[in-house]
Design a binder for this molecule. Structure first.
Ligand code: HQG
Length: 181
């Protein structure tokens, strides 16, 4: 499959596995899982047929490892990024000392006043490295990167989670733990 086709299928899957499964006739189980057979049948019905082989290729090659199969391969889910209410059963995990958040310059004033909020998603998304954070920020405008004092937050009792694809998640980040770099 070429890159264009991979991206096309990945976008389609993100839409329905993260945001609106019901419009594909699907319900996400706890953990965000759906049966692969149900998903493929629903895709066919929506005139977007995907073969099992194509699905495997997307799960393997997706640039951000957005999707995972369960251990049996019978179920699939988006690893993070949901806007609908779903319990991903993530385990709290001690974070690295510093994490990064990329955003657009235009959001800076508000963020430094009220902190990072989860907005339409389940969590605030944080990155392990500055390059990733810069790319995330560039999706919104002129990118800037904030360093998050994750160690201090952890000590203060804030909970962190790490998704299967290595994105760090928090419920919010008060402004006092943020520093523009
Ligand atoms: C901003 C992509 C003003 C926040 C990426 C961000 C990531 C505030 C935007 C993942 C604010 C929300 C998530 C405040 C937060 N005032 N702006 N108080 N608090 N914001 O897309 O982190 O392609 O929901 O800085 O790679 O940009 O979907 O979050 O700019 O991992 O797999 O509000 O999405 O991955 O935007 O990106 P988003 P994000 P996928």
């Amino acid at each position: 499959m070429d890159e264009k086709q991979l991206v096309r299928i990945s976008k389609f899957l993100s839409k329905y596995l993260r945001h609106e499964p019901e419009s594909l006739g699907l319900t996400l189980a706890i953990g965000g899982w759906v049966k692969v057979d149900d998903l493929l049948a629903a895709c066919r019905k929506k005139n977007f047929p995907i073969t099992k082989e194509q699905l495997k290729e997307v799960v393997e090659k997706n640039s951000k490892k957005r999707f995972s199969f369960d251990t049996t391969g019978a179920e699939i889910r988006a690893n993070q990024g949901h806007s609908i209410d779903v319990d991903l059963e993530l385990e709290p995990k001690p974070p690295p000392v510093v994490l990064y958040h990329g955003t657009a310059q235009k959001n800076l004033e508000s963020i430094m006043t009220i902190g990072l909020q989860k907005m339409a998603r389940h969590h605030v998304h944080l990155s392990k490295d500055i390059t990733t954070a810069t790319n995330v920020g560039a999706r919104h405008g002129k990118p800037i990167v904030l360093a998050v004092d994750a160690e201090a937050m952890h000590k203060a009792g804030f909970t962190f989670y790490c998704s299967d694809n290595g994105v760090w998640l928090a419920d919010d980040v008060p402004a006092q733990y943020l520093k523009k770099i």
